[in-house]
Ligand binder design. Structure first.
Ligand code: X6L
Ligand code: MG
Ligand code: MG
Length: 173
């Protein structure tokens, strides 16, 4: 039987409590899931909040995994990890212990009511693009047909404020 492995990128964020521990625990939970092989963990950046700005700074990073799980399996797993890490959904775009967003699922384009892949805002968010460039500069966005380093170059011209993002730490794989 055919067993497909997909390269998947997940963006992680935290801006409550022990932010680095929440990111580390989320990555550990991904890594210990059957059907997931953790390939790469980007550096962790401290970033100014975007969207709803009256909240604490975030820590953000991106991981690459190889997986036999479906896109929906990955989405459900990310939501379960958020719940296990005590994420409460009160204010939209408000503070959270752990946020896991599926950025890419291989080169697949998925547009369903509960799941849009690639994540529709990758190209506008420094806190996603900067760590993504670190681990996947040559990965091609399947909608824009541009590689991540090109999206980042464009971001700096269109939206970017590189003062809003600073290298913070590293998490061991
Ligand atoms: C107008 C209206 C312009 C809304 C932008 C941007 C909304 C980003 C939500 C927006 C708008 C978001 C993080 C964050 C959030 C994070 C940092 C979001 C969802 N998550 N800021 N803000 N890191 N630095 O992970 O991304 S809320
Ligand atoms: Mg998010
Ligand atoms: Mg999210």
């Amino acid at each position: 039987m055919e067993q497909k492995n997909e390269k998947v990128y997940i963006g992680l964020g935290s801006n409550m409590g022990d932010r680095l521990k929440y990111l580390t625990d989320a990555i550990s939970m991904l890594k210990h899931t059957e059907g997931i092989n953790l390939k790469s963990v980007s550096p962790v950046y401290e970033t100014k909040p975007v969207g709803y700005t009256e909240q604490p700074n975030f820590l953000n990073c991106v991981v690459e995994i190889i997986t036999t799980l479906s896109a929906h399996d990955i989405l459900n797993l990310c939501m379960r990890i958020e719940r296990d890490l005590d994420r409460k959904r009160t204010i939209r775009w408000g503070p959270r212990t752990a946020d896991l967003d599926v950025l890419f699922y291989g080169n697949q384009v998925i547009d369903e009511k509960d799941l849009t892949i690639p994540h529709p805002r990758i190209q506008e968010r420094g806190f996603v693009l900067v760590p993504l460039v670190d681990i996947a500069p040559d990965f091609k966005h399947p909608v824009f047909n541009k590689i991540v380093s090109e999206l980042f170059h464009q971001f700096k011209g269109d939206y970017g404020n590189m003062d809003d993002i600073k290298l913070f730490d590293r998490i061991k794989k």
